[in-house]
Design a protein around this ligand. Structure first.
Ligand SMILES: [Zn+2]
Length: 472
């Protein structure tokens, strides 16, 4: 991949620079910038500086042109910055005159205005000390421009046509980017295995009538754990499946397992959610606006409790079925779903499960997990498990529910599409990146007609808002 080639190149140049500098030994206490990695993702760009020790740093932004300036105290650069390609939001990284003697000033030339978030990371295999610079585009207003519509890479707008929609399954490939996950004895990285399996699961689910898949991560970049559940929510996911591969110190354990949210963790997460009013509103599908008064807090709690119990029940049912199917294609490490306090499982409103596809620390399983054939088998089993739950217990208002009620299985042609013309008006739930003009184009109507049909006071819409789409 491009990243690999680029890194090799940087390593080569870095090697040369090191050779040249080797003769001139500078101050021993200075922190060295030993490497620079840039990880672009659909949402943000992460820049990571590899350092010889913990950084003492400050930063500020400049506009016209947009730049981020990072000052490192008592530091020097050992990276051939001019060899770095333009990536994500960063067009160039260069050094500039430092404000104090012995310091290092790095300037990041940017493609636009950003909100930077900087934090140091302590050494963790396979890395040493690092400074992480996350750059978020400033024009990140919710449901804003169509350019952000590429958000999670695959946007599956949930169009409700005459009360029938697809079941939406969010597939999360564990780890990514700076976070390799577990690393096998043959150096197979978990983040790579999880992405391949996730892609296969998503493709196979998409081929199922009445089911749509959303990939939470579409490339080699890290997505914050909270952001993963947030993305699933924004896509209106009925289920979030996080895919991983286990690792332990011993090479013996092997086989797959599945995890669901433990109820203790669920309770503490619930408490945290209640303190965040805007989330509460989102969680309740807009009803939260009415419930925010303190006197109604009790009612909100009851509603959330119900939602959480429901989520855990579904998560458990799907895990059980997935394990049953996986047991046919691979060894099971644990035959029953386990309860865990894992961050990615914590959304109280979205049924979630985490699948460990096998032990990457087991040499034989590591080899298998890296093969296309085994990944396909695992993906097929996961899909069969998910499908079995949703065909048997489809959420209300879905095509699968309609098919169950009619007693006839869905044909591929019955899959809901955005262009399905239903008589009269339709409903549309706003997802990230959508604006009135995007929706007007999609539904072949005008912004003015949408404003009228929904009695809007301006053109601002928010995620989760249900809009009436006027009939043609
Ligand atoms: Zn993992």
């Amino acid at each position: 991949m491009a990243t690999g080639r680029w890194l090799t190149h940087v390593n080569l140049v870095r090697g040369l620079v090191l050779l040249l500098l080797g003769v001139v030994s500078l101050s021993a206490v200075a922190t060295e910038v030993k490497g620079v990695r840039v990880w672009p993702s659909p949402d943000s760009t992460r820049v990571v500086l590899d350092l010889s020790g913990p950084p003492d740093y400050s930063h500020f932004t400049l506009s016209g042109p947009n730049r981020l300036v990072i000052d490192l105290k008592s530091a020097r650069n050992k990276v051939a910055l001019e060899a770095l390609d333009s990536k994500g939001l960063v067009t160039r990284i260069r050094s500039s005159a430092a404000p104090s003697a012995g310091g290092l000033r790095l300037v990041l030339d940017l493609k636009g205005e950003v909100r930077p978030v900087l934090f140091p990371l302590r050494p963790a295999e396979p890395y040493g000390d690092r400074l992480v610079i996350d750059l978020f585009p400033k024009a990140e207003a919710p449901a804003a421009s169509s350019s952000s519509a590429s958000g999670a890479g695959v946007i599956k707008s949930v169009a409700t046509t005459a009360g029938q929609r697809d079941v939406v399954i969010a597939i999360d490939a564990g780890h990514g980017g700076e976070d390799p996950g577990a690393i096998g004895p043959k150096k197979t990285k978990e983040k790579k295995v999880t992405l391949s399996i996730a892609r296969k699961v998503a493709a196979q689910l998409d081929a199922e009538p009445g089911i749509k898949a959303v990939l939470i991560r579409t490339g080699d970049y890290y997505v914050n754990l909270n952001r993963r559940t947030e993305l699933a929510r924004q896509h209106g996911a009925d289920l979030l499946v996080s895919i991983h591969a286990d690792a332990v110190a011993s090479r013996t354990p092997h086989g797959a397992s599945a995890w669901v949210l433990s109820s203790r963790r669920a309770q503490s997460e619930l408490g945290r959610w209640l303190e965040q009013h805007e989330k509460q509103s989102e969680l309740l599908g807009g009803a939260g606006d009415l419930l925010q008064g303190s006197s109604e807090r009790y009612l909100t709690q009851a509603l959330l409790d119900m939602s959480m119990d429901h989520s855990r029940e579904i998560g458990f049912s799907v895990s059980r079925r997935v394990l049953q199917e996986m047991g046919k294609v691979t060894h099971l490490h644990k035959r029953h779903p386990e309860s865990a306090s894992l961050a990615v499982l914590k959304a109280p409103d979205i049924p979630s499960l985490l699948i460990e596809t096998g032990f990457i620390s087991n040499p034989a399983e590591e080899k298998k997990l890296a093969t296309d054939a085994h990944q396909t088998k695992l993906a097929r089993a996961i899909v069969r498990g998910i499908k079995s739950h949703f065909v048997e217990l489809p959420p209300e208002g879905t095509l699968l529910a309609a098919a169950k009620a009619s007693g006839k299985p869905l044909r591929a042609s019955q899959q809901s599409t955005l262009t399905t013309a239903a008589a009269g008006s339709r409903k549309h739930k706003v997802t990230r990146g959508e604006s009135l003009s995007v929706l007007a184009r999609r539904y072949n109507t005008s912004v003015a007609a949408l404003v009228r049909a929904n009695d809007l006071s301006d053109e601002n819409i928010r995620i989760g808002q249900v809009l009436t789409i006027p009939g043609s």
